[in-house]
Design a protein around this ligand. Structure first.
Ligand SMILES: Cc1cc2nc3c(=O)[nH]c(=O)nc-3n(C[C@H](O)[C@H](O)[C@H](O)COP(=O)(O)OP(=O)(O)OC[C@H]3O[C@@H](n4cnc5c(N)ncnc54)[C@H](O)[C@@H]3O)c2cc1C
Length: 425
């Protein structure tokens, strides 16, 4: 890491294909997880040119999953989220520009314009701009304090409110909302989760997993309201806050947290005329519609054969692997990034993992009993496992992943039988 501008070296690339132009300056926009991995991969692959890493946050690249878990509860220090040890980051000799925003991409001149007035030329540009927490445009939303959770500062602002004797309403029963609810509950706060859909995590998991999550939270004393729309926010006379529900009722509380999804930071790309569709469109080489610009992480919409469509993956795995793939692609290497989606969540000491894209159209085969605390649900098309969701079953899920990747027919009865080791399948 260095804040000084290093000499620009006209270095040859180690993996130049016949039709690939040497890139001497690779600019990465966004110093989050995908951007950090892109920078690290460029050096690991032997790129000796200039890497400019521009991030509007003050922090070096870090991981966000602990922000709703150990960092929020105070069990882990903010520094523990760093992607690399300070020495390792320094060793990359990246020209890191913290606290600087890229305001515009000039594709014709191949340069980006920065918030500090500087102009930064590039040979290749990698967009790793992630996303921001969605807000709610309802009456009162700009008159009461509303927490969201995306950054370290967000976690630090919310943490003190999660304690015994305090009440928290979490608006949104998706992953961030549920993890905040779990942490808040474990810190001793009273928690209500308000979800507008009829079940939890409706966008990402089938009904039986939603039901499991609902039972888990209710068993921990969280009040979960389903099918409950929020029509506004207000301040009550006694200094409490109020979440006003569509049915006319109101929930009084000390703290309100919004966990209502993510807005991809694709504004720069859209303004520059890059193809976007709820994020920056990329191909399996992480290339956008401009051959000199790539994208990775939460902001990128990519074709995914496992899902049978293009989609944005908001996950730790994708941020790392697509960041790496984009870096290799920028170096002219052959890249074919088509990941089997993998996501995990930790709530109350329960570790849930999802491989693939389970849908209601799949046949469900259950291994283990949710009441026992450990189980895997397999999602099959015919006799082939397409996806798996499991709780506290990391070992079985590793085998499940292999089964999905192999696309081999399996015997559903043996899959369901705890007496048959997964390795045998
Ligand atoms: C609280 C929380 C918990 C999570 N838990 C899990 C989990 O348990 N499991 C899991 O699989 N995933 C989890 N995730 C998701 C995972 O962390 C994200 O998918 C990952 O961080 C995405 O990385 P990214 O680099 O694409 O985006 P980010 O990490 O958001 O990085 C993007 C960076 O770009 C910066 N930026 C944007 N625009 C500009 C600009 N114009 N100029 C300069 N900089 C810019 C942003 O400020 C940001 O620093 C969680 C996410 C959050 C927020």
């Amino acid at each position: 890491m260095t804040a000084e501008r290093p000499e620009v070296e006209a270095a040859a690339l180690p993996h130049e294909g016949a039709n690939v132009q040497p890139a001497h300056t690779i600019v990465i926009v966004g110093a989050g997880q995908a951007g950090g991995w892109a920078a690290q991969t460029l050096r690991n692959e032997g790129f000796a040119g200039q890497i400019v890493l521009i991030g509007d946050e003050a922090h070096p690249p870090h991981e966000r999953p602990p922000l709703s878990k150990a960092v929020l509860s105070g069990a882990a220090a903010p520094e523990s989220t760093r992607l690399m040890k300070p020495e390792a980051f320094d060793a990359l000799a990246v020209h890191w520009r913290p606290g600087v925003q890229v305001r515009r991409i000039d594709r014709a001149a191949r340069q980006v314009l920065l918030s500090d007035g500087a102009v930064q030329p590039y040979d290749k540009l990698i967009l790793c701009t992630g996303g921001r927490a969605r807000r709610l445009a309802v009456p009162g939303a700009d008159q009461v304090p509303l927490h969201t959770l995306r950054t370290l500062e967000d976690a630090q602002a919310l943490a003190p409110a999660l304690r015994p004797g305090r009440s928290v309403v979490v608006v949104g029963g998706g992953w961030i909302g549920l993890e905040v609810a779990a942490t808040a509950r474990q810190q001793g706060a009273e928690v209500v989760v308000v979800e507008t859909q009829s079940r939890l995590c409706e966008r990402t998991v089938p009904a039986e997993v939603s039901a499991y999550l609902l039972a888990l939270h209710r068993a921990q004393g969280v009040r979960v309201l389903l099918g409950a729309g929020v029509r506004g926010f207000a301040r009550a006379a006694d200094d409490h806050l109020e979440v006003l529900l569509a049915d006319g009722s109101a929930l009084a509380c000390d703290t309100i947290v919004l966990g209502v999804g993510l807005v991809p930071n694709d504004d720069l790309a859209r303004a520059a005329g890059l193809a976007c569709d709820g994020g920056v469109r990329v191909d399996a080489q992480c290339r956008t519609s401009d051959p000199h610009i790539l994208a990775a992480g939460d902001v990128a919409v990519a074709p995914n054969p496992w899902a049978g469509r293009s989609l944005r993956l908001e996950s730790w795995q994708n941020a790392q692997e697509q960041g790496m793939a984009a870096a290799r692609s920028a170096l002219g290497q052959a890249v074919d990034y088509q990941p089997l989606p993998w996501f995990w969540s930790d709530q109350y000491g329960m570790n849930l993992q999802i491989y693939g894209m389970p849908t209601p159209a799949h046949r469900v085969v259950q291994r283990g009993d949710p009441a026992s605390g450990s189980f895997v649900l397999f999602y099959l098309a015919g006799d082939v496992v397409q996806a798996a969701v499991g709780a506290n079953a990391a070992r079985d899920l590793r085998f499940a992943r292999r089964l999905i990747e192999l696309r081999k027919p399996v015997d559903a009865e043996r899959l369901a039988d705890l007496g048959t080791p997964m390795a045998k399948l």
